[in-house]
Design a protein around this ligand. Structure first.
Ligand SMILES: CC(C)(COP(=O)(O)OP(=O)(O)OC[C@H]1O[C@@H](n2cnc3c(N)ncnc32)[C@H](O)[C@@H]1OP(=O)(O)O)[C@@H](O)C(=O)NCCC(=O)NCCS
Length: 176
């Protein structure tokens, strides 16, 4: 892990620094900035954030991850679920384990909160290392279904649901 890295819960005072991280990180991607900073603010305003963590290094906020409440039905019953999105590290801080530290800490906290499943829509080479699987996600009907849609049971010993439906928090529908 990166030297001197501290992962802690985000506070209201971090809001501008979190904006900066997402704007810089997503602007540097192939698909460009898509309004991820506004998404974080909308999810917070809707009180749909379950876990929001910042990575701090040398006094600066260098990364952020948000897990938000989802509406998920598995084998006919509602189960507590969290979407991982967005996650970002400042461009000059990437590849040092900051994203991984944010995601792993967030998944541990979700587990403690009693979440049963987490979903992510993203790089299919990156998220499987944390336990996310496109095979599990493919059992759930979702507008995001496809090879980049992945899911993981937070208790790795839990049986996989056979089928269901996965809906993101309303703020995702108001993006861009
Ligand atoms: C994705 C991101 C959060 C990862 O954070 P990070 O601190 O750089 O990641 P880590 O140091 O924990 O892990 C580095 C690994 O991520 C991989 N990675 C980073 N971006 C990737 C991408 N676009 N596609 C596939 N893998 C990627 C690297 O190849 C590296 O893999 P390796 O360990 O096999 O060498 C960061 O690169 C980022 O902010 N990217 C721009 C915003 C973004 O794309 N967010 C995710 C949206 S799905």
């Amino acid at each position: 892990m990166s030297d001197g890295l501290v992962i802690r819960a985000a506070t209201a005072a971090d809001a501008d620094a979190i904006d900066t991280v997402h704007r810089a990180a997503f602007a540097a991607t192939a698909y460009g900035y898509q309004g991820e900073a506004e998404l974080v603010r909308m999810i917070d305003a809707d009180r749909d954030a379950l876990v929001s963590l910042v990575a701090r290094q040398g006094g600066d906020i260098v990364g952020h991850v948000l897990f938000s409440r989802m509406n998920v039905e598995a084998d006919g019953k509602a189960i507590p679920a969290a979407a991982l999105a967005p996650v970002a590290a400042l461009p000059d801080k990437q590849g040092q384990g900051i994203g991984a530290a944010l995601i792993r800490t967030g998944l541990d906290m979700l587990c403690e909160q009693g979440a049963a499943i987490s979903f992510v829509l993203g790089h299919k080479e990156y998220y499987p290392r944390f336990g996310y699987s496109s095979e599990l996600a493919s059992r759930f009907a979702s507008p995001f279904a496809g090879p980049h849609f992945m899911a993981m049971m937070l208790d790795s010993a839990a049986p996989w649901p056979l089928g269901g439906r996965a809906d993101y928090a309303p703020a995702f529908g108001r993006m861009g």
